[in-house]
Every structure is written in structure tokens, then in C-alpha cells.
Design a protein. Structure first.
Length: 190
């Protein structure tokens, strides 16, 4: 009986310490030191929250940059990959369909090399980034949809360059473009 009482006291102590006090302290530190990141890295325009710069958003409008495909339709609750292997016929068919759609929608020649990040979904299905090559391949479609001149088309290319991020810490990953932020800036173009 003595051991049971000691065990229950220890359970209560650890529950209060690790289940209440520790999370409150860490949350407080995060709110003080990294308020924006602790609250989801939300982006607002004119006081209206447009989304998080950490989560990809579906974009079917031809006048915007498209993000990576998502198996979950960019839904955050069942986020994840399809887990289809590279030799799976269903994945092959899905990639071929995506490639055909990109070639058609972006008015590209059939022999155009499509960046893999436009053909394959990310592991989370929520990745907001694409490669600079994947962004630049979409410039023609966006310029046509928005009725941009050649000069404005060059500005689109410069905009992609402006939003191109270097690998994290200079070595992790590769260059990438945040499509959400790029599309917000695109709306500001005259």
C-alpha cells in the first residue's frame, strides 16, 4: 500500500510538472521570443489573415503560381503522402496525368522537361515550396492569364528570383520558392 501511495504521488507530481508547468513555460518563452512563429507564421494583408507561410494552399487559378501537388487536397488533418512506390502503376498514371496537365495548361512543348516537384506530391502534402525551375516554367501561363507585357513577364522572373530562398544553413536542402508568398506579391504587381 505504501508503494501505491508513493506511485500515485509521483504520477501527480509528474503530471503537474510535465503536463502543465513545462508546457506553459515553453509556450511563454516561445510567445516572447518568437511570437509570429509560435502562432503559426500567419500572413495578413490589410488586417485579413490570408494563410500561413508554412502550409501550401491549393491554387487552380491560371493567373497564379501552382504549388506542389497534394494527395490530401492541402487538408491539414489527414496530411501525408500517398505511400505509392516508384514502381506502382497508380503513381505512374498519376504523374503522367499531372505532366499532361502541365504541358497543356502552360502551353509547353511535349518534350519539355517538367521539374519533379510539380509531378510528385510532398511527403506531408502541405509543402509550400517549389524549386525556382518549377516556378519559372509557369511564368508564361501567368503572364498570358494576366495579360502582361514582355516587360512585366521579366518582372515575374525577377519576382521568382526575389523569393528564392537558399538552402537552410547554406547546406540543407536546395533552393526553393515559397509559392504562397510569391502569389501574395503577385497580387501587388501593377
Amino acid at each position: 500500500m505504501k508503494q501505491l501511495i508513493i506511485s500515485l504521488k509521483m504520477l501527480a507530481l509528474m503530471t503537474v510538472l510535465l503536463g502543465i508547468i513545462y508546457p506553459l513555460v515553453i509556450t511563454g518563452i516561445a510567445q516572447l521570443a518568437f511570437s509570429s512563429m509560435a502562432n503559426g507564421s500567419l500572413v495578413s494583408v490589410n488586417g485579413t489573415i490570408k494563410g500561413s507561410k508554412l502550409i501550401g494552399q491549393k491554387m487552380d487559378n491560371p493567373s497564379y503560381f501552382n504549388p506542389r501537388p497534394s494527395v490530401t487536397g492541402y487538408n491539414t488533418l489527414p496530411s501525408g503522402a500517398s505511400n505509392l512506390g516508384l514502381t506502382n502503376k497508380k503513381l505512374y498514371d498519376l504523374v503522367q496525368t499531372r505532366k499532361a496537365d502541365i504541358l497543356k495548361n502552360d502551353s509547353l512543348a511535349n518534350n519539355t522537361s517538367i521539374p519533379a516537384d510539380l509531378l510528385f506530391a510532398s511527403a506531408s502534402g502541405l509543402d509550400p515550396h517549389i524549386s525556382p525551375e518549377a516556378a519559372k516554367i509557369q511564368i508564361g501561363r501567368i503572364a498570358t492569364a494576366r495579360g502582361f507585357s514582355d516587360k512585366q513577364k521579366q518582372q515575374l522572373s525577377a519576382l521568382v528570383d526575389k523569393y528564392t530562398e537558399s538552402p537552410q544553413f547554406g547546406i540543407l536542402g536546395c533552393k526553393r520558392v515559397n509559392v504562397f508568398l510569391l502569389n501574395l506579391e503577385l497580387d501587388g504587381m501593377k
